[in-house]
Each structure stands twice: as structure tokens, then as C-alpha cells.
Design a protein around this ligand. Structure first.
Ligand code: NAD
Length: 474
């Protein structure tokens, strides 16, 4: 049974309601999950409120708080197997990726934000009047964190770590498909010495359920949300109603531009990772691939070869690179794009596995019109559409012709061109000759339908604190 974690303890729901979490590879239930209603949302927010208003956490020095957060990072590393199996069972991500990437990165997020908060400096403003002004970054209060299912543990820590490091208290609602790792993380936080009430987890659904109740709760001070753009609109409305600041990390339809002067081996290899990592269930996926006409045929041939060579299958097997999609609902949504494919679109490889599994093989599509559904909408699966272009200007125009703007990639050995094109792309992150490489101090967020606000380093500090000016007579 996966329970809530409220005020430092495992808690079931007063109603006794539960729901199933399904392993998408076996297609069987692997655990019961307690389903929160208003009573659990209220209890979790009340615990977080009390811990913030009267508890030691916001009043602790950065070094003391940081030491506890580092202990939590140690415990996450010690429990790597339990956490890795939790997300793999919940959403089918290869276990190898959990061990090598997601769990270590979750620990790193805690370490980074603990150190960043401790090392942060505030500003001083010597004034012409002889007064002296300086800034302080006060903890914001109770943070409501709502997370998606594609990188459950890792993305939850991206919110929880800076919120805790800056002295806030948190109520986290993980996605309903991926509840397991959050409760483990909360248990480990208590074991590490995070005081009761500081980090709470409740499980349940979004609309007319725990998610909506949490974002509309009158006692929260921040909402940090990662998920779909349409849900983001509802969360923004909830924030507006309560005048609560909202950070939104939303969907994407990433452009990936390969110029004729690119290193072909690197471009093929990175472009493959950019769309097929995590079975394409990545907000940053490079799902619109633009390749210069002079190298189009060669690139497509090599790219298709690389897609066909990927190992698809049981996520617990060491060789597997692509597991099933995360749930039957999501599989049905992705499969719908194939049913609805534009007649001109040509599928060079991949498609729905057809064996009853919720699997989509790495799929490469050419000749789709630019305004076809597959070319414009976020598929959130291992499906890429490739288009030719002739000039740099055309590539920029094509890449920017989208409602989204989370990220873009470009491949070229011409340094002047890479800077010029990076500056011209409407995206929160531009990767040049690489993908997915992150500096946690750098801004992360999206343009347009991809989000509102930035997180990372000082950008997270801005969101998770109330910056204050103190002005003194000298
Ligand atoms: P989703 O919007 O369906 O759900 C996300 C979370 O919101 C879940 O916990 C859900 O229960 C909750 N929720 C749903 N409706 C709600 C409501 N009305 N009020 C409060 N909470 C509500 O998204 P998903 O399908 O879990 O995740 C996939 C999406 O997330 C994709 O669009 C992907 O691009 C995006 N994403 C973005 C980033 C980023 O950093 N920009 C990262 C990962 C995923």
C-alpha cells in the first residue's frame, strides 16, 4: 500500500479510498495507492503551515538545514534500488536509466540547492542620500508542488530541493500514475532529520480531486507545476484566484536543426537521444527535426538505422533502451496519432508494436505537411518528423513556427553560425552540438505554451523566496 506522508508519518485516507498503480510492462496492478480527498489535502497543508509558522525549519541557518538536506541526498543514494524500482514499476522507464541517471540526479538536485542557498549572496545598494539598502531572501511559505509522471522522482526533486533549501515547507502531489517514489523520498526526508510537517506527500488525481483542491487551498503561498500546457492554464487560474505566484514548466515540441556543416556522427547520435530517450516522453524531446537538403538523404538513412538498432522491451532488462509507454491512457493517446496520420506522411520505421503491449517502436516520419497534427502537436512518444530546409533563415523560421518554446538544438561546426542561430531561436534552452546537458545554475523554463517563469540557481531563489529590501539610515 502506498500511503500519503503527512506531518512526518505514513497516513491512509480517512475515506479509505484507494486506486491502483499499474505496471505498464506487465499491465498488472502492482500496488494500491491511498487516494486523498479534502481531508488529506487540509491535513497536509495544515501540517506544512504549522511547520512554517512555528517550526524550526525556516528559522534554521543555511548550514544546519543544508546538512540535513545532504543527509537526505545520501539516503537517496543508499536507497537507489528501492527508488529505481518504484519509478520503473510505475511507468516503465528502463531500470538502467533510473540507476545511472534519475536517482543520482535526484540526489544531486538536493545537494546542489542546499549548497547554492548556503553560498548565495544578497545585494547591497549604497544610496546617494547616505542611506544604505540591502536585500534579503525570506522563505515564501507553504509550497504546493504538482508533478508529472515522465521523470517522477527527478522532477519532484527539482521542485522540492530548492523549496526546502530556502526554508519553505512543501505539499507534493505526484502524478497519479507514479506515486511510489515520492512516499519513499518523504520517508527518507524524515529519516534524514527534516522536521515533521516540512515535507508532505499526498496522492490522488488532478481535476475535481486532490490536485485541484491543493492549488485552490487558501493556505498555500506558491504553486510550482510541471505538466501539460492545458493543465498549466488551469493551475494559472487557480494561482490568479488566490493571488499566489505560479511557476509553470509545460509541454514542448522541440526543434532540432542539423546543418550541412555538422559533424554527422554526433548529429545522428544526439538526435537519436533527443527523441528516443525515455520513449520520447520528454518535454525537451527533439520531435521536429530539420535537416539541410544537401545532407538530408544521408542523414535520414543513418538516423533510421540508429532508430532500428534500439533495444525495445522489458524495462528491467539491462539491455533495454525503450520500455513501454507509461500507461494505457498514454499509449492510446500516442497510438491515436498513427490512426490519424496525414495521408502524405511516410513512416520509415517504427509504429505501434501491435503485440498487445503498450509499446511504440522508435518511429521516423518524413513528408508530413508542416501543419499536420503530427508535425505541430506534442506527441510525447518516440516519434520524430523530419523536414528538409535550404537556408539558415528558413531553418530559423521553421523552428520558431510553433506555439511551444521549451528548447531547441542545433548541430553545426561553424561557431559564428551556432551563436547567431542560438540567439534567433525562441526557446528557453538552446543546445549546440549536444542535448540534455544541464548546469543547475542556468535558467530553465519555456517560452509561449511551454511555460511561465524560470527555475534553476538564482531563478529558483526568486520563486521560492520573498525578496525584501531593508533600507537603513546610515
Ligand atoms: P498533466 O498536466 O496531465 O498532469 C500533471 C500533474 O497535474 C499530475 O500530477 C496531475 O494529477 C495534475 N493535475 C491535472 N489536472 C489538474 C488540475 N486541474 N489541478 C491540479 N492538478 C492537476 O501532465 P502529465 O501528462 O503528467 O505530464 C506530461 C506533460 O508534462 C507533457 O506535456 C510534458 O511536456 C510536460 N512536462 C514538462 C516539463 C518541463 O520541464 N517543461 C517536464 C516534464 C513534463
Amino acid at each position: 500500500m502506498i500511503t500519503h506522508w503527512i506531518d512526518g508519518k505514513a497516513e491512509k485516507s480517512a475515506s479509505g479510498n484507494t486506486f491502483d498503480t499499474i505496471n505498464p510492462w506487465t499491465q498488472q496492478k502492482w500496488e494500491d495507492v491511498c487516494e486523498a480527498g479534502q481531508a488529506e489535502v487540509d491535513a497536509a497543508v495544515a501540517a506544512a503551515r504549522a511547520a512554517f509558522d512555528d517550526g524550526p525549519w525556516p528559522r534554521m541557518g543555511f548550514a544546519e538545514r543544508g546538512a540535513i538536506i545532504h543527509r537526505l541526498a545520501d539516503l537517496i543514494e543508499e536507497h537507489i534500488e528501492e527508488l529505481a524500482h518504484a519509478d520503473t514499476n510505475d511507468m516503465g522507464k528502463p531500470l538502467s536509466a533510473m540507476r545511472v541517471k534519475d536517482v543520482p540526479r535526484a540526489a544531486q538536485n538536493f545537494r546542489f540547492f542546499a549548497d547554492h542557498a548556503r553560498m548565495s549572496v544578497a545585494e547591497a545598494y549604497p544610496m546617494d542620500t547616505g542611506h544604505h539598502a540591502y536585500s534579503r531572501y525570506e522563505p515564501a511559505g507553504v509550497v504546493a508542488a504538482i508533478a508529472p509522471w515522465n521523470f517522477p522522482l527527478m522532477l519532484e526533486t527539482w521542485k522540492v530541493a530548492p523549496a526546502l533549501a530556502w526554508g519553505n515547507t512543501v505539499v507534493l502531489k505526484p502524478a497519479e500514475d507514479t506515486p511510489a517514489s515520492a512516499t519513499i523520498m518523504a520517508r527518507l526526508a524524515t529519516e534524514a532529520g527534516v522536521p515533521d510537517g516540512v515535507f508532505n506527500v499526498i496522492h490522488g488525481f488532478g481535476p475535481n480531486a486532490a490536485g485541484e483542491m491543493l492549488t485552490h487551498h487558501p493556505d498555500i503561498d506558491r504553486i510550482t507545476f510541471t505538466g501539460e500546457s492545458n493543465t498549466g492554464r488551469k493551475i494559472a487560474a487557480a494561482g490568479a484566484a488566490g493571488l499566489v505566484p505560479v511557476s509553470l514548466e509545460l509541454g514542448g515540441k522541440g526543434a532540432n536543426i542539423v546543418f550541412e556543416d555538422a559533424d554527422m556522427d554526433a548529429a545522428v547520435s544526439w538526435s537519436n537521444k533527443a527523441i528516443f530517450t525515455n520513449a520520447g516522453q520528454v518535454c525537451l524531446a527533439g520531435s521536429r527535426l530539420f535537416v539541410q537538403s544537401s545532407i538530408f538523404d544521408e542523414f535520414v538513412e543513418r538516423f533510421v538505422e540508429s532508430a532500428k538498432a534500439m533495444v525495445v522491451g522489458d524495462p528491467t532488462s539491462a539491455a533495454t533502451q525503450i520500455g513501454p509507454l507509461a500507461s494505457e491512457t498514454h499509449f492510446t493517446k500516442v497510438a491515436g496519432f498513427f490512426d490519424d496520420l496525414h495521408p502524405d506522411a511516410k513512416v520509415l520505421c517504427g509504429g505501434v508494436s501491435g503485440d498487445g503491449r503498450w509499446v511504440v517502436n522508435p518511429t521516423v516520419i518524413v513528408d508530413a505537411p508542416l501543419d499536420a497534427r503530427i508535425s505541430c502537436e506534442e506527441v510525447f512518444g518516440p516519434v520524430v518528423t523530419i523536414f528538409p530546409f535550404d537556408t539558415e533563415e528558413e531553418a530559423i523560421a521553421l523552428a520558431n513556427d510553433t506555439n511551444y518554446g521549451l528548447n531547441a538544438m542545433l548541430f553545426s561546426e561553424n561557431a559564428r553560425r551556432t551563436h547567431r542561430v542560438a540567439a534567433a531561436l525562441n526557446a528557453g534552452t538552446v543546445w549546440v552540438n549536444c542535448f540534455f546537458v544541464r548546469d543547475l545554475r542556468a535558467p530553465f523554463g519555456g517560452v509561449g505554451w511551454s511555460g511561465v517563469g524560470r527555475e534553476g540557481g538564482n531563478f529558483s531563489r526568486e520563486f521560492f523566496t520573498e525578496p525584501k529590501a531593508v533600507v537603513m539610515e546610515a
